[in-house]
Design a protein. Structure first.
Lengths: 532, 41
């Protein structure tokens, strides 16, 4: 591409760790155990692994394949790659979602990242968030809840700008670190950072896991011990398998956890070379994510909660959701761990911070590539544009903070609903427009493994059908309420307005890019075939 | 924890750790593919 210097991954592990880092997030440690405990315990793992094998991994392979092919055509942005593989303007403009999703999610994700860093700081420097372990549980829970509410400014719009500005400072730090890493480039910034952060995250997880599994039984309630804590997560309730909600929850968890349909793989894998492996790399990234989710998340969170809260308290904690469990319940548990609690808490929140930052840097890179490609500008002006957009986006999330409604609208409509849409577009383009025969050949070009031929059938029929069924149930369960909620809150309406404005801006950039690419004689509609 | 709970936990952990271990073993032991030239755009 004119004016755009092509970046590349420096090592074969680089892209795997970067994609894994993008996939591993707070949900691995906080959302997964909650979903499992609420949907059949160990039995939840049956629909969960079905979704992994028939939905997550095949769509991921499709994304890796399309991205590397698009990269060979000289494109690294989702809209351009989707235009090539989907052969036309409709796919190209639907591909805007692959930029919108990571960009809009970054608006609130860096804010959450700032919470993780802030909690790490408080546990390390202040010994916690002011919870008195001698107080009653109700008082401790109230202290934790108040701290969290004040820290994220949930009491009123603009609250975090009125008080100590502490949260804002943490956000500025994480935003600056993110920008520095993407400014450094793919190999010197993202790859090098993930190569350090991912092993470090694993070390933190092992330390917290060892502490969780060696917690002494509660002297007042001997039944509250580690083994029973594991039981609260893993004891199977087979009747849950007869409930459609269980299968829906499992598919949703896999889907969002693996970062498929998010736009990041579409960008990251486009920097691979012609004969770089993608089949094994895609599988390895998914497997790494599963280690953090099932191997660590499935053992740490609920086990710790059970020892201190018991069965009923743990279920109540799960009902408070991902943020409630992580930022309100777990600090109470760390406060009970004695002198070591502050360090375990600091390590736990630092681990969450690493999980968050390896995800957030992946959210800027697709936008960076898209702005460079579509507008023909270099890295610095493109990053400047990202800074302006994110100051408006993240600034809005932080200012309109009352009850976190603004944030939850972006999470629901972009971070959840549009991911389904983009994944559906991707698997249909791959299997039906581009063609499963060509896609299969391209997937195996340079591959270090032979994927069972059964996956041709799965990628063409099973995955799209599975996805559409899950998407249908998902819309049936949520859409009417989401639409009704918009009418009841100005914050929610403003969030929808922001999403529309960003989408219109990206569509305009895509329009300009289309003119440029056509003028340069690039094959933007995928009419010329490359040998595989 | 019930015996079925232990069974689900052990099988699940063995699956994810086994899959990840096998993948990284393949990645780290396989030779680099040839013909990795970047096409002009």
């Amino acid at each position: 591409m004119a004016n755009v210097k092509t970046d590349q991954w420096a090592t074969k592990l680089g892209v795997i760790l970067a994609v894994s880092g993008s996939a591993v997030g707070l949900g691995n440690f906080l959302r997964f155990p909650g979903q499992a405990a609420a949907n059949g315990g160990g039995a939840f793992l049956i629909p969960y692994f079905c979704a992994l094998l028939f939905l997550g991994i095949p769509i991921g392979w499709a994304e890796w394949t399309m991205a590397r092919y698009g990269g060979r055509k000289g494109f690294h942005s989702g809209p351009a790659i989707m235009g090539v593989v989907g052969r036309g303007r409709l796919s190209r403009y639907l591909g805007i979602l692959s930029v919108l999703i990571p960009l809009a999610v970054s608006f609130y994700y860096t804010f959450v990242e700032a919470w993780c860093l802030g909690y790490t700081w408080h546990f390390l420097v202040n010994g916690g968030i002011g919870i008195d372990p001698a107080a009653t549980y109700t008082e401790q829970a109230a202290t934790s809840s108040n701290f969290f509410t004040n820290f994220i400014g949930a009491s009123a719009n603009g609250a975090i700008f009125d008080s100590s500005l502490e949260t804002l400072l943490f956000w500025l730090i994480v935003f600056a670190v993110n920008l520095y890493l993407i400014y450094r480039g793919l190999s010197r910034g993202i790859e090098r950072f993930c190569s350090i952060a991912m092993p470090l995250m694993a070390i933190c997880a092992v330390i917290v896991l060892i502490r969780a599994l060696t917690l002494p039984a509660n002297p007042e309630f001997p039944e509250r011990n580690v083994v029973n804590g594991l039981g609260s997560m893993w004891n199977p309730d087979f009747s849950a398998l007869l409930n459609a909600q269980t299968w829906l929850a499992a598919a949703g968890q896999i889907f969002f956890s693996l970062s498929v349909g998010f736009g990041v793989i579409l960008n990251y894998a486009s920097y691979l070379r012609r004969k770089d492996d993608i089949a094994l790399s895609g599988l390895t990234s998914a497997a790494t994510n599963e280690v953090f989710e099932v191997g660590f998340g499935g053992l740490i969170t609920l086990t710790s909660a059970f020892v201190f809260l018991g069965a009923v308290g743990t279920l109540e904690a799960v009902k408070t959701g991902t943020f409630g469990l992580g930022f309100q319940t777990l600090p109470v548990i760390f406060a009970q761990m004695g002198p070591l609690g502050r360090y375990i808490g600091a390590i736990f929140f630092f681990m969450l911070f690493l999980a968050a930052i390896t995800s957030s840097i992946s959210m800027y890179q697709p936008t960076l590539a898209f702005l460079q490609e579509s507008l023909g500008i270099s890295r610095v002006p493109a990053i400047t544009m990202i800074v302006v957009i994110c100051l408006i986006g993240s600034g809005s999330v932080m200012y309109f903070s009352e009850n976190a409604q603004f944030m939850s609208v972006i999470d629901d409509w972009v971070g959840t609903l549009l991911i389904f849409v983009l994944a559906a577009v991707q698997i249909v383009c791959f299997s039906w427009i581009w063609g499963i025969d060509r896609g299969w050949r391209e997937l195996h070009s340079g591959s270090r493994i032979q994927i069972p031929r059964l996956y041709r059938f799965i990628m063409k029929y099973v995955a799209p059908t599975y996805l559409l069924v899950v998407f249908g149930f998902f819309c049936f369960n949520n859409l009417a309420k989401w639409v009704a909620d918009i009418g009841e809150s100005v914050n929610r309406q403003l969030a929808i307005g922001l999403i529309v404005v960003v989408m219109a801006f990206l569509a305009f950039c895509a329009f300009l890019g289309e003119q440029r690419w056509r003028a340069q004689g690039l094959d933007l509609d995928g009419e010329e075939l490359l040998d595989t | 924890m019930k015996p079925e709970g232990w069974a689900f936990m052990i099988v699940s952990l063995a699956f994810v750790w086994g899959l990840a271990g096998w993948c990284y073993w393949k990645i780290l032991t396989a030779p680099e593919a040839e013909g990795n030239e970047t096409e002009p755009s």
